[in-house]
Design a protein around this ligand. Structure first.
Ligand code: ZDP
Length: 278
């Protein structure tokens, strides 16, 4: 076919990046994305990300296909990888900020001189219809609601970062059988667009441990939007302060939910792995 790609990861949440700057429709179909994401028969990744042309007030547009071919609105680790990819394509070294169109509005990743990427993730959305979930009525927030999943009652808080998240606090994340319980949350009838699910263990007011089951991708080593949603849930339920380290299986993200403007800032790495052609 002759399409170039570069593989990047953010804390082991890995993506195939495609230079799609010459056209505003993705060069690959969702079905091709599924094949490329396969870890045995393809390149292997949690998703495929396209760098498309921007609109009037943005530099570029990001679109992403999950490894099951579904298309999420946003991707936190992915947008850090996209910023690194664009800087590599443009030959930019050092600090640089991009304005990126996404399904969750304009998101602004900023490359820092230390190699980390800080992303202005915008404001969290908390109303039931914004998640979306039917756990509460329209106009109501879903904070510490009881949800029965696989015969067990869980206390859940729902947050949208453009994409849906269901956050539940547990004593010990190591004891959660993600492969078993994750899909039941994802496909629960109260989530019409399915959901990402985060299991959070509070370590201190500025530190949590997280394991995640992602909508459309399953168990992943990290989830940026999920880390943001989890800090919001921890603050709303009085468990954490507004700035915390989220420890994921793939490493740590710094998350701040700024009181002055209600926006969330996520800082973490984005690493180039290799380039190829298929
Ligand atoms: O919402 C979804 O369907 C997620 N699977 C999208 C990917 C989220 C991601 N892991 C993140 O870091 O936010 C990329």
């Amino acid at each position: 076919m002759g399409i170039d790609f570069t593989k990047y990861h953010g804390l082991g949440n890995d993506f195939i990046l495609i230079d799609n700057r010459a056209s505003s429709s993705p060069l690959l179909s969702p079905h091709q994305a599924v094949e490329l994401c396969d870890r045995h028969f393809g390149i292997g990744a949690d998703g495929v990300i396209f760098a498309l042309p921007g609109s009037a007030n943005t530099d570029y547009t990001m679109r992403i296909f999950n490894s099951d071919g579904s298309e999420p609105e946003m991707c936190g680790n992915g947008i850090r990888c996209l910023a690194k990819f664009l800087a590599d394509l443009e030959g930019v070294n050092g600090e640089k900020e991009y304005r990126i169109d996404t399904g969750a509005g304009v998101i602004m990743p900023q490359l820092r001189s230390d190699g980390q990427v800080t992303v202005d993730m915008g404001e969290p959305r908390l109303l039931a219809e914004e998640i979306p979930t039917t756990l509460r009525g329209a106009g109501e927030k879903v904070i510490q609601e009881t949800l029965e999943v696989a015969g067990q009652n869980w206390e859940v808080t729902c947050v949208s970062m453009g994409n849906p998240h269901c956050v539940t606090f547990v004593e010990d994340v190591a004891t959660i059988d993600l492969e078993k319980i994750g899909p039941v949350f994802e496909h629960h009838g109260v989530f019409p667009k399915r959901t990402n699910t985060e299991f959070i263990q509070v370590v201190a007011r500025d530190s949590v441990k997280m394991r995640v089951w992602e909508r459309g991708a399953g168990v992943t080593l990290a989830c940026g939007t999920g880390a943001c949603a989890s800090l919001v849930a921890a603050v709303l339920t009085g468990r954490c302060d507004r700035s915390a380290t989220v420890e994921l299986p793939g490493g740590c993200l710094q998350i701040e939910w700024r009181a002055t403007n209600n926006r969330i800032y996520m800082t973490g790495p984005a690493i180039r792995v290799f380039s190829g052609c298929f």
